[in-house]
Ligand binder design. Structure first.
Ligand SMILES: C[S@@+](CC[C@H](N)C(=O)[O-])C[C@H]1O[C@@H](n2cnc3c(N)ncnc32)[C@H](O)[C@@H]1O
Length: 364
């Protein structure tokens, strides 16, 4: 029992319990659904690498560390504690049954390796070939409203409720850089609101958290999926705060002026891009970032810094349809960022994710 019981102690316990609940829920969902599916539609392909008890306890320790950092940074005031309890409950109750009903289709698609299968009426014309995929065997890939409605839940289950805590790790470097740039602007007559762009904003999770962290900032989101942008718009409109400007565009050709944003972020995009597209997005991020601004990437861990997770990194593209993941895990993004012109590139790891913070030189 702690020496002093403060309201914070209860909030912390509530947060830990909330996360533990999500973890158990994710594990139960995956165990039950794969047992049923393995019985009904046995998998023709070989079993993935087994996860040893040692690896499972390492994973648990890393997950606990992530939750601890998440709490500490909220407690330090980087973002409001209410973010820790953010959950799209309406969507959960509405779409969880649909997500379960979607599992047999996903399973059969995975078993028969059908990776470019879309419902009638879906038009994939004009999109880059690499994008026209059933990523994660998702029904309709990123091309339908139903996919957008189910995506958040699928990610929650996949990561046992740690997707948002992983996304939130961009907030400390983001806030630090934005505050630094604002301090430098103090002498300028009218203090302009800072502009932050989230590339591949999906259904708007990162934007929601950035808005809570930097309520005065002008926020922008870009994505290639009109359906995901519609979902982001719906969800971001439900909460108070300035509505981010969302644009349907390719991150390889961003429709913004040079030197426009104080900060650019991107969460869980790069592992879904082929190598040349990764470089193009980085080059574009460099172009639209202001001198002295920052580009922050959050994505999966890589083999070079997390060799202990090699079996999991090998399993991921084998179990889910992730055609560019294997190359991503060996790709040197520091080199790519420096090639684009970024400097002072630092990296960090939290649980199953990795972060790159890259600065555009101030004198550019
Ligand atoms: C795994 S999701 C991540 C979404 C969101 N950032 C998150 O944290 O949940 C990948 C997103 O990248 C988008 N995307 C993929 N390729 C893109 C590209 N070339 N330009 C813009 N968006 C892209 C997809 O439409 C999808 O919304």
């Amino acid at each position: 029992m702690p020496d002093t019981l403060t309201p914070d102690t209860f909030t912390k316990l509530a947060y830990q319990t909330f996360q533990q609940g999500k973890q158990y829920f994710g594990l139960a969902h995956k165990t039950i659904s794969s047992r049923i599916m393995n019985t009904v539609f046995p998998k023709p392909q070989e079993e993935p690498n087994p996860l040893t008890p040692k690896m499972m306890s390492l994973l648990q320790a890393r997950m606990n560390a992530l939750i601890a950092v998440d709490w500490q940074e909220a407690e330090a005031g980087v973002y409001p504690k209410s973010l820790l309890f953010e959950n799209r409950w309406d969507d959960f109750f509405r779409y969880y049954p649909m997500m379960c009903l979607d599992i047999p289709g996903i399973w059969q698609r995975a078993n028969s390796k059908r990776h470019q299968e879309f419902s009638t009426g879906i038009n994939t014309e004009g999109y880059p070939d690499y994008y026209v995929q059933n990523f994660h065997h998702q029904t309709d890939g990123y091309f339908s409203d139903m996919s957008a409605n189910l995506y958040d839940l699928q990610v929650e289950v996949l990561f046992n409720g740690t997707a948002d805590p992983m996304r939130r790790r961009i907030l400390v470097p983001l806030k630090r850089h934005v505050e630094k740039m604002q301090a430098q602007q103090q002498n300028v007559q009218a203090l302009q609101p800072v502009k932050v762009l989230d590339v591949a904003c999906g259904t708007g999770h990162s934007l929601q958290m950035i808005r809570a962290t930097l309520p005065q900032a002008s926020l922008y989101g870009l994505d290639l999926s009109p359906a995901y942008l519609r979902k982001a718009n719906q969800l971001l409109s439900e909460d108070a705060g300035i509505l981010p400007q969302l644009v349907h565009a390719n991150g390889e050709q961003m429709p913004y002026l040079d030197n426009y944003f104080e900060a650019v972020t991107s969460t869980f995009l790069f592992h879904e891009l082929p190598a040349d597209a990764r470089q193009n997005v980085i080059d574009e991020a460099y172009r639209v970032t202001k001198p002295g601004g920052v580009f922050i990437i959050c994505d999966s861990v890589q083999l070079s810094d997390s060799p202990e997770f090699t079996p999991m990194m090998e399993n991921f593209p084998a179990i889910f349809h992730e055609p560019y993941y294997r190359h991503y895990t060996t790709d040197d993004l520091v080199k790519r960022l420096e090639q684009a012109g970024f400097v002072n590139v630092t990296t960090a790891n939290h649980f199953m994710s990795k972060y790159w913070v890259a600065e555009k030189p101030a004198g550019e």
